[in-house]
Structures are given as C-alpha cells and as structure tokens.
Design a protein around this ligand. Structure first.
Ligand code: ZN
Length: 325
C-alpha cells in the first residue's frame, strides 16, 4: 500500500519517489507543503497517519504535511475526507508544528474526537497513538529518516504488521540493492563538496602560477568557484528535485568558463562530474548506472585532485616563503 500525499486543500498530490521529496507545491492552491521536520536531536522525521479501522481506507497511509492546519471530516475539501455516519462535516483539525508536535483539536463534532477512551477537546499525539473519529481509528507514526529521505523501518510494528501484512512485506523487500537509490543524493552531495574544495584550489593555483594573475584576483576566483559548488553540494535535491537540474546547469556554465580561462583539465573534470551527477541524481539509478556514475565521480575528483594538490602546495610554499620573517 502506498503513501498518499494530500494538500491541506484536499487535493491529492502525485509524485514519484515521495520518500525523497522534502517540499511539494500544490497545483490547485499553490501552497508549498513541507513533508518533514527536524527534531531536537536534528533527526529528520516524517509523520504518517494510518487508517487502522473504518468502513473504508483501512491500511491507507497519509503523509502529514508540516505547519498547515489539516481538517478531517466527512465533507469534501477536507485534508482527509472520511465517509462515515458518525463523522461530522468538519470533525477535527490536526496540525504538525515545525518542532514535531502533532496537535489535534475537535471542531465541535457530534460524536467527538477520542484519544483512546477519552473524549478530547484538544490534545497532543505521541508516536503510535490513535485517535478515533466516528467509525475510523487513525494512528500516527513518527518515522525517522535515513540520509536522503527514505523512512527507515520505523514504528510500524506488531498490530499493524498482523493487520496489514503487505506493509511489512514492502519493508522487508528493501534490501541492499536499493541502497544506492536511497543514497544517491548523499553520494552526489559528497562528490560536489569534495570537488568544490579541489577545484577551488585548482582555480587559485592555476590562475596565479600559470596565468600570472595577481594572487588576490586568483584567490577571489578560486573562492567564488568553491562557494558556488559547495553550496550546490549542500542543496542537491534537498529543496526541490529541480535543484539537480540547476546544479548541472551551473556546472556546465563553469565548464564553459574553464574553457575560456584556458583550463582544459578543470573543464574535463567538470564535464565528467556533470555526467556523474546526471547518472546518479536525476532518477534512481539501476545498479550498472550507479556503478558508472560513482566511477565517473571518482574520476572527476581524482583528475582535479591530481591537477590541484601539487600546484597548490607549491603555490602556498612560495607564497609563505615570500614573507620576510
Ligand atoms: Zn492545495
């Protein structure tokens, strides 16, 4: 059974690889939805609401967006529209705060909102607690996220595993073979960050020693290249999947700049890195694609490293030696 993402306006949002997406824009109300938060120990978490009992949708899982009021009730246009005799049109409201507090508030429903055996006006839901809304029992799970965004075998245990064997099966199928698909953004970020340091050093040392630029001018160029790439490395796919396309476009611009600055080695390394990121990050790679992507990333880093490290050391030695102590 899949994970459903609905906007607070009630529109279901279609997206591939929902576990890798952090924010989504609703095409109907244009609201930007955030799908995860960081708790006090900086662990990224998602909250999933599962229909445990009810006349329909049993086993359906809904990802709870952060920071927006989420209405639950029988009417259409609610975030979660539950068709039951004892469900009021607008029954209750959920809100997941940016710090991870999930608050429920009854909206004057006839049958009431129940936390266990207690009828509540409002309350805070803990991991694995259930609320009863009319004939429906809804359970919340706070799931931690590993690296790039796949929910790690979380709270789903005992009662749901027996009630819904297919959920347990989905998780059991997640083997090492999918590691690369889940960690492709982490690997891409790592490549971009290491590359940023090396190519920054390359630009500085090449421009100052081969092209005879003034050291500060070459320094500004090197630092600028470093900042742009390191920033991209931090952002790849974090904010929006389009970030990957932007990263590749920036790398392409840098490749062209390197050609005009007469730095063929940097241009080639850049281009190989573009191919690597394109293979790894644009879509979940197959095994062969992942291997080629990783090899290309390593090749790009090795190339720029071989070109930059010796000359940078030489440049720094000269620069330090030029001081009169
Ligand atoms: Zn919407």
């Amino acid at each position: 059974m899949s994970l459903v993402v609905c906007c607070s306006c009630g529109s279901p949002l279609e997206c591939d690889d929902v576990e890798l997406i952090v924010t989504l824009a609703c095409p109907h109300c244009e609201r930007e939805l955030t799908l995860e938060y960081s708790d006090s120990s900086k662990t990224r978490r998602r909250v999933v609401l599962t229909v445990m009992e009810g006349p329909h949708w049993v086993g359906e899982r809904f990802l709870v967006p952060v920071g927006v009021p989420l209405h639950v009730g029988a009417a259409q246009g609610n975030w979660l529209s539950l068709d039951g005799d004892n469900v009021s049109d607008r029954h209750c409201e959920l809100r997941l705060t940016e710090r991870g507090n999930l608050v429920v508030e009854d909206q004057g429903s006839e049958a009431g909102t129940w936390l266990g055996k207690v009828r509540i006006k409002s309350g805070r839901l803990e991991d694995r607690q259930s609320i009863t809304v009319g004939e429906f029992r809804l359970r919340v799970d706070f799931q931690s996220i590993d690296g790039a965004g796949a929910p790690v075998a979380p709270a789903m245990v005992d009662d749901i595993a027996t009630a819904l064997p297919e959920l347990a099966k989905v998780r059991a199928d997640e083997t090492a073979g999918t590691w690369m698909a889940r960690n492709r953004f982490n690997v891409s970020r790592w490549f971009l960050t290491v590359f940023a340091w090396l190519t920054g050093a390359y630009h500085w040392s090449y421009l100052t020693m081969v092209e005879d630029w003034a050291w500060y001018r070459a320094g500004i160029a090197g630092v600028a290249v470093f900042i742009v790439l390191a920033d991209l490395g931090r952002r790849v796919a974090l904010v929006h999947p389009y970030m990957n396309h932007i990263s590749l476009a920036v790398l392409l611009v840098l490749t062209i700049l390197d050609i005009t600055w007469n730095m063929p080695l940097a241009a080639v390394a850049n281009f190989v890195l573009i191919l690597s990121i394109a293979l790894l990050a644009l879509r979940p790679p197959g095994l062969r694609q992942a291997i080629v992507g990783v090899l290309m990333g390593v090749a790009a880093i090795t190339t720029i490293g071989a070109g930059s490290i010796p000359r940078t050391i030489e440049g720094l030695t000269q620069y330090i030696g030029s001081f009169k102590w």
